[in-house]
Design a protein around this ligand. Structure first.
Ligand code: NAP
Length: 247
């Protein structure tokens, strides 16, 4: 028996990194998963790999800033699997620069993908979940949204905004049987962070009480908890998966 047997889930930004690992962990616990991503080639490969490992998955090319694409992604889950029990708003990008160098476009793009993208996923999934009278939504924020990082005024603002959005939605949707929570990963090794200089990476790892970066699988386990009935009395919460960094 898996924790998510019979459940249907959507994960955005699922072609690689944390999103792919979330899809893998949810599927390993019995969920059928629809993977959405901008990167069609990587998405195809991710879906094929998961299918080869025995998972029941579908894929849909989806830019989370496009309302029609997000609605279609959620509809794919409902049409293919008959429900939308879990929605994970994970897709993300960075456009880091100091205030002196950051362009308006860098700001708008990051806010659009994280804040609007999460809101569109939240809206689309909650419309299906309210009809079902149940559902769990998990939004991927970041420790940057709690403590702020230099060079990330755009990203930190968007990730902090996701916390406010999560709490507002949790209050709005609780009476409908829908839980909404957020995860704040700390320093995690993924394609998003692998370009970081080795000395900067090592210095950041030393700031972590557990003295190492986390893995995508460790973030996915936090998402699994919030998506499953183990968290049946948890809503509006922000789970830090950061090795204690920034506590
Ligand atoms: P990643 O390896 O770069 O993966 C992100 C995925 O999202 C990529 O496949 C990317 O596609 C996709 N994506 C980007 N923009 C999209 C859009 N508009 N619509 C749909 N998909 C889109 O990043 P990650 O490290 O796994 O990060 C996943 C989430 O965790 C993000 O929200 C990130 O902010 C958050 N997070 C990460 C860390 C960390 O240390 N890695 C820490 C805290 C929070 P492309 O390849 O086409 O860009």
């Amino acid at each position: 028996m898996g924790l998510l047997d019979g459940r249907a889930a959507v994960v955005t930004g699922a072609a690689r990194g944390i999103g792919l690992e979330i899809a893998r962990v949810l599927a390993a616990e019995g969920a059928r998963v629809v993977l959405g991503d901008l990167n069609a080639e990587a998405l195809h490969k991710a879906a094929d790999d998961l299918t080869a490992s025995g998972a029941d998955v579908r894929r849909a090319s989806c830019d989370v800033t496009d309302a029609d694409r997000v609605d279609a992604l959620v509809r794919t889950c409902k049409d293919e699997f008959g429900a939308v029990d879990i929605m994970v708003n994970n897709a993300g990008i960075t456009r880091d620069a100091t205030l002196r160098r950051m362009t308006e476009r860098d700001f708008d793009t990051v806010v659009d993908v994280h804040l609007k993208g999460t809101w569109l996923g939240l809206r689309a999934a909650s419309l299906v979940m309210r009809e079902q009278g149940s559902g769990a939504i998990v939004n991927i924020s970041s420790l940057s949204g709690k403590v702020g990082n230099p060079g990330q005024t755009n990203y930190s603002a968007a990730k902090a905004g996701i916390v406010g959005m999560t709490k507002a939605a949790a209050k709005e949707l609780g009476h409908l049987g829908i839980r909404v929570n957020a995860v704040q990963p700390g320093l995690i090794r993924t394609p998003m962070t692998e370009a970081m200089r080795a000395d900067i990476w090592a210095a950041k790892e030393r700031e972590v009480p557990l003295q190492r970066a986390g893995t995508a699988a460790e973030v996915a386990n936090g998402v699994l908890f919030l998506a499953s009935d183990l968290a049946s009395y948890v809503t509006g919460a922000v789970l830090e998966v950061s090795g204690g960094r920034g506590m």
